[in-house]
Write a protein that binds this ligand. Sequence first.
Ligand code: KDG
Ligand code: MG
Length: 421
Amino acid sequence: MSTATETSTHTHPEPGSRNDREIVDAKVIVTCPGRNFVTLKITTRSGVYGLGDATLNGRELAVASYLQDHVVPNLIGRDAGRIEDMWQFLHRGAYWRRGPVTMSAIAAVDVALWDILGKMANLPVYQLLGGRSREGALVYGHANGRDIAEASDAVGKFIEQGFLAVRAQCGVPGVKKAYGVSNAKGYEPAESELPLETVWNTPRYLEVVPQLFEQLRKDHGNHVELLHDVHHRLTPIEAARLARDLEPYRLFWLEDATPAENQKSFELIRKHSVTALAVGEVFNSIWDCKHLIENQLIDYIRTTIVHGGGITHVRRLADFAALHSVRTGFHGATDLSPVTMGAALHFDTWVPNFGIQEYMFHTDETDEVFPHDYVLRAGRLHVGDTPGIGVDIDEKLAAKYPYAPKQLPVARLEDGSMWDW
Ligand code: KDG
Ligand code: MG
């Protein structure tokens, strides 16, 4: 292909093994072992390959096409060792920069290149980043119940399993399908081919959440870390009220208390409360959180590797956050594949301003398609020393699980107006 020939002459030959690092193949793999995942596999002339996750829940094929149609033709013939230059090329070079689709596609390339570099250097990625800052990454699990008693039982089960931190959500009286309350199959919100329409009631929610945490402290004491996700449902003044009402229960964090497009709205929450705040799972660029971080309006930044442009960009974000005493608390729901989890854990093992890592168990099918070396021990996830990110893909098995279209639900108020889900 002419593009490939031209681009390879644009990358200056380097002494040593440059030829070994030449990208000869890049493949987009879409599979659904219980849920959809998009994975990029980049192979070099030497046969060493790297993996990157490009999953964007409910919009998977948009990223698959972005990669297949617009990115892959640019990769062939390039030097896999030029990670920074590749990032700049895909970001600046696209002209249409930022946005979840673009940044997830760039992340997949970036992580695959870090994986290749680690394998070629025979080192785990955390070592390439600067080495270990900690033995394991503190994680939080997801407990939920249809009512407060059920949610409290679920928190108890996590504590019994050794979890030191637990996110708690419960049903809201009068609301049929409250956010975060799972069915028997567990938390998997993208349930149907077309979005499920749910109905939301803010006053009922604001009443029940402080009662939930009062009960959790009574039942489980003060030493377990408790977290809660509002999932963008409140206005800034409602969020300020909830953050204030939750102060007695000392949450590790209150997440996505209000939508963050208008970053200044967090000033209102801060003015009224000292509850720690976490934001950013839907962000994809340092520019989405610049005001929040430099004004110390949040305590934890949730933007993770897959939706935030990969290790190369999230490292920049984390360093910027460190200047302002903001710590990382990466998104880690099941729609982020084990490839993202592996990359995130290498990052968590290194990053000096680490806070916590979200962790939900993937299904057995997912774990079989993506064998990995990270393990959970006593409330912390530990990466292994496999060179690269320590996650692989069984392509034959992946092929047995074809893509199944699924979208996230939407929320409406009781009068029918659209709301944030
Ligand atoms: O795809 C959307 C989910 O990842 C999101 O609803 C999960 O809010 C979430 C969380 O905090 O894990
Ligand atoms: Mg969340």
